[in-house]
Design a protein around this ligand. Structure first.
Ligand code: IPM
Ligand code: MN
Length: 358
């Protein structure tokens, strides 16, 4: 019997609890099949925590996460909290948990499943072979810089500052090079060095580090051009490394190459093996509670957790194979179904994938 690992589960809002329940089903199934052992501890986070505890990230939730080996997150947010002040917004909890847990590196893979090529708005021949990873810096830049309002000549002004230190750039760029070494050995560093000082520091730092990874082919791409190339030649990208806000935008764009954002997993990592794993999609309040959500992104996030935090390659591979098998057999949730009348519910999809894990 393997050592028991602890997973903190923060299901959050909207479809979060539904998709997380299917991911937990997968966790239990891998215990049966592979003999791994996990304990799960649930904690409140996001809008539901605002309602029940008066804050999106309660101290006890943070403690549950800190005492765990990994965190599984559903999704947060919804119209109910959209007009709240900054402290009482679910998104503030998300930024807080990333910062508090030191999760500076956000990995967002975008893989086009062959059988879903037609679900994308792009032509299948353009998508052929697309398999890329966005490595997004997650705890710096304009998201975390000083913000304030002031009186200016033209009335009230708002200021968001974007700052990056050399050390912040170095640690994420090293990670990106290391990831590229384990993949197809190509790294695109994305910046706006023709305009922004933070981007010039970013590019200098990348160029200084690059000689330590002579086997990785490096290109610098300006962010506007990258947005274009992602639609024109997506399959030519392997690893993309970029700062926080560029990564936010480009990873949504990359997600749509795959046809549905309901398929995409993500990992947020710090220096060690600890990580937070979540679907890229949001809380989708419009379909919450109806059993319509696609649980695949969250299930694939469990595979990422097994691989990156626990090193359980066999179980990670088995989950990914099970997802591919179920899709190949033609099973679809509504978001990826051509014939919506035949679409499976969230739990039906979870059951099929669990059964396909061997
Ligand atoms: C994401 C989200 C968040 C972000 C929001 C909800 C704060 O868009 O995880 O990509 O911008 O980081
Ligand atoms: Mn985003």
């Amino acid at each position: 019997m393997a050592e028991t690992k602890k997973i903190a589960v923060i299901a959050g809002d909207g479809i979060g609890p539904e998709v997380v329940a299917e991911a937990e089903k997968i966790i239990r199934r891998t215990e049966e099949v592979f003999g791994y052992s996990f304990t799960t501890e649930h904690a409140l986070f996001g809008g539901i925590a605002i309602d029940e505890k008066g804050t999106p990230l309660p101290e006890e939730t943070l403690q549950v996460c800190k005492s765990a080996d990994a965190v599984l997150l559903g999704a947060v947010g919804g119209p109910k909290w959209d007009n709240n002040s900054k402290e009482l917004r679910p998104e503030t909890g998300l930024l807080g948990i990333r910062k508090e847990l030191g999760l500076f590196s956000n990995l967002r893979p975008a893989v086009v499943f062959d059988c879903l090529k037609d679900a994308s708005t792009l032509k299948p021949e353009v998508l052929e072979g697309t398999d890329l990873m966005v490595v997004r810096e997650l705890t710096g830049g304009i998201y975390f810089g000083e913000k304030f309002r002031r009186e200016g000549a033209g009335g009230e002004e708002a200021v968001d500052t974007c700052a990056y230190s050399t050390a912040e750039v170095e640690r994420i760029v090293h990670q990106a090079f290391e990831i590229a070494q384990k993949r197809r050995k190509k790294l695109a560093s994305v910046d706006k060095a023709n305009v922004l000082e933070t981007s010039r520091l970013w590019r200098e730092t990348v160029n200084r580090i690059a000689p330590q990874y002579p086997d990785v082919e490096l290109e610098h791409v300006l962010v506007d051009n990258c947005a274009m190339q992602l639609l024109r030649r997506p399959s030519s990208f392997d690893v993309i490394v970029t700062e926080n806000m560029f990564g936010d935008i480009l990873s949504d764009e990359a997600a749509m190459l795959t046809g549905s954002i309901g398929m995409l997993s993500s990992a947020s990592m710090g220096e060690g093996a600890f990580g937070l794993y979540e679907p890229v999609h949001g809380s989708a309040p419009d379909i919450a509670g109806q059993g319509l959500a696609n649980p695949i992104a969250t299930i694939l996030s469990v595979a990422l957790m097994y691989r990156l935090t626990f090193g359980y390659e066999d179980a990670a591979d088995a989950i990914e194979r099970a997802v591919a098998e179920v899709l190949d057999e033609g099973h679809r949730t509504a978001d990826i179904a051509v014939d919506k009348s035949k679409a499976l519910s969230t739990t039906e999809m979870g059951d099929l994938i669990a059964a396909a894990i061997r």
